[in-house]
Design a protein around this ligand. Structure first.
Ligand SMILES: [Zn+2]
Length: 119
């Protein structure tokens, strides 16, 4: 297995150079590290604690992640409102959160179905 780096433009072996000695290509421009793959454990913990945050962390199913996170905070707000302010308003917020959850899952189902049959 080759461990050296090669110039992306001309293929010359460049190792630790900043510029390719063969063609002058600026290697630091391409030196941006590829985004590291998400840690599955972190993704799971994030989703466990903050509904949907794990999806945002993975950059997958972003609409589902944003939707779930919104539902999560709205539910929290609903429960807090029920306890501290007004049970009726709290219930109303929880009902809105529930509707938002349904909508989020509907959108995710739609997009998942579309993706699975388009490829
Ligand atoms: Zn080169």
């Amino acid at each position: 297995m080759a461990t050296g780096k090669y110039c992306p433009r001309c293929g010359f072996r460049v190792d630790d150079f900043y510029f390719c000695p063969a063609c002058g290509h600026n290697l630091r421009l391409r030196a941006k590290p590829a985004p590291s793959p998400p840690n599955p454990f972190v993704a799971a913990v994030l989703n466990f604690i903050f509904l949907g945050a794990g999806y945002l962390y993975m950059r997958k199913r972003l609409k589902l992640g944003v939707g779930l996170l919104f539902v999560f905070f709205l539910s929290l707000l609903g429960v807090i409102t029920m306890q501290l302010e007004n049970a009726g308003i709290g219930l109303l917020i929880l009902a809105i959160a529930d509707a938002a959850l349904s909508l989020t899952l509907a959108i995710d189902a739609y997009e998942t179905a579309k993706l699975s049959f388009s490829s």
